[in-house]
Write a protein that binds this ligand. Structure first.
Ligand code: MTE
Length: 322
């Protein structure tokens, strides 16, 4: 018998994507080496959660006028209560569960191909960085999107601080591993910890941003406190939350979702309306919090002027969108 499960961040079949189908348990088990699987979906909409107060005196940060938007910002309550954070469950409503995460103290390790490996306190690190506010679109592979005001700093400032060796070609970023605080991490069939990666050229791109706040205050735990990635030209799963480690390497990282579904999720994940996900269209997206309004999806999520050059000479162009 095939028992089918759906990941919480995929669109219910009752909603807009007719191609939507379910991952099946047997293929997931096969991919993960035969572990037992049970789908546990926490239910219920969570209450508003108090934001963490790390570096609270930095808010509100000055808005960078280079990064503004043509669309309205998503309502704060909507954006902070519709989240994907599998460490706290596979539903969208993980904000209550995420409050269990201890974020102070928070150590960040910088290792791999760097001049000198180091472990720094997150707050000390943040205070060394050029903090500003940017308005970004945020497009999930599931075909919904938001527009959010992140506070944070350019990833390239952290890269420069880390002093990577010239041979480093990728930056891998890793989420915490704390099953005692994050019940999702007790679901051993997932390949914890959540990791993601960028090429060094991508990490150096102006758009790549480490968010430490949102809506003019420290980022709430459910959105990836105390620091998470924001790469708005890529699907949201690239934006790894609650980072504890930055590793410079010459090997391409295999990300969390690629490990689970290699035929459906790849390394690049650049937004492209012309390349459907194997199970649904990417041509348009639902603007969360607007009562179902849909807009056409733009190539690179509308950020081509910043990033298109990164990919222009690469072979197998179509794979850049997986
Ligand atoms: N990071 C971790 N550690 N765990 C996750 O489950 N989900 C990803 C990404 N980062 C995820 C993660 C996915 S699928 C998306 S769409 C975005 O976070 C959602 O970010 P948001 O909840 O702030 O909108």
């Amino acid at each position: 018998m095939l028992i089918k499960i759906r990941r919480g961040w995929e669109i219910p079949e009752s909603q807009a994507t007719p191609e939507s189908a379910f991952f099946n348990r047997r293929s997931l088990l096969a991919g993960l080496g035969g572990a037992a699987l049970a789908a546990a979906l926490p239910a219920g909409r969570a209450r508003a959660a108090a934001p963490a107060d790390m570096a609270a005196d930095l808010y509100p940060a000055k808005r960078n006028p280079q990064f503004t938007l043509e669309r309205d910002l998503t309502d704060e309550k909507v954006a902070t209560h519709y989240n994907n954070f599998y460490e706290f469950g596979s539903s969208k409503y993980v904000s209550d569960a995420a409050q269990k995460l201890t974020i102070q103290p928070w150590q960040v390790k910088i290792d791999g191909m760097v001049e000198k490996e180091m472990t720094v306190d997150a707050e000390d690190l943040i205070r060394k960085m050029p903090v500003e506010e940017r308005l970004y679109r945020h497009r999930c592979v599931e075909a919904w999107s938001m527009a959010v005001p992140w506070t944070g700093f350019p990833l390239k400032a952290l890269v420069d601080y880390a002093k990577p060796a010239s041979g480093a070609t990728y930056l891998q970023m890793q989420t915490f591993q704390k099953p005692e605080e994050a019940p999702g991490q007790r679901q051993f069939w997932y390949p914890w910890p959540y990791i993601e990666g960028l090429t060094m050229a991508e990490a150096h791109n102006d758009l790549a941003f480490i968010a430490i706040g949102v809506y003019g205050k420290p980022i709430p735990k459910q959105m990836g406190a105390p620091l998470r990635l924001a790469t708005p030209w890529k699907y949201g799963f690239k934006s790894v939350k609650s980072i504890v480690k930055f590793t410079f390497t010459d090997k391409r990282p295999k990300n969390f979702w690629q490990t689970i579904g290699p035929d459906e999720y790849g390394f690049w994940a650049n937004v492209n309306p012309a390349v459907p996900h194997p199970r649904w269209s990417q041509a348009s997206e639902e603007l969360i919090g607007t009562g179902g309004k849909r807009v056409p999806t733009q190539i690179y999520n509308g950020y081509g002027e910043f990033v298109a050059d990164l990919y222009k000479d690469m072979p197998k162009q179509e794979r850049l969108f997986m």
